[in-house]
Design a protein around this ligand. Structure first.
Ligand SMILES: [Zn+2]
Length: 89
C-alpha cells in the first residue's frame, strides 16, 4: 500500500482518468476530507462540508479537484418558507 501523498490541486480537462504523477490509467479512489474553517480558508462554516479527494490507487498521489460536498443531516432537506401560499388546493 503506497503512502498517501501531499494533496495537490488538479484541474479536470475533458476527462480525468490517468494519474498525472505516475500515469496509472484506470481512475481514482475517492476520499472525503473535512474542511477546516478559519484563517486562509474560504469556508466560513465547516458544518458538514467536505472536500472530495482523489487518490491514485497505484502511487498514492492525492488530488483536490475542487469538489465540495455537504453531508447535512436529514433535517437540512426540509425547506421552510416564509412566503405566502398563493393557491389553496
Ligand atoms: Zn499515481
Amino acid at each position: 500500500m503506497p503512502v498517501l501523498g501531499e494533496i495537490k490541486n488538479l484541474k479536470i480537462g475533458d476527462e480525468l482518468h490517468a494519474c498525472p504523477a505516475c500515469g496509472y490509467e484506470y481512475g481514482f479512489h475517492t476520499s472525503f476530507l473535512t474542511i477546516q474553517a478559519g484563517k486562509g480558508s474560504p469556508v466560513k462554516s465547516t458544518r458538514d462540508v467536505c472536500s472530495v479527494i482523489l487518490i491514485c490507487p497505484e502511487c498514492g498521489a492525492r488530488f483536490d479537484v475542487g469538489w465540495r460536498v455537504s453531508f447535512s443531516g436529514l433535517d437540512a432537506r426540509v425547506i421552510r418558507t416564509t412566503g405566502t401560499q398563493l393557491t389553496t388546493l
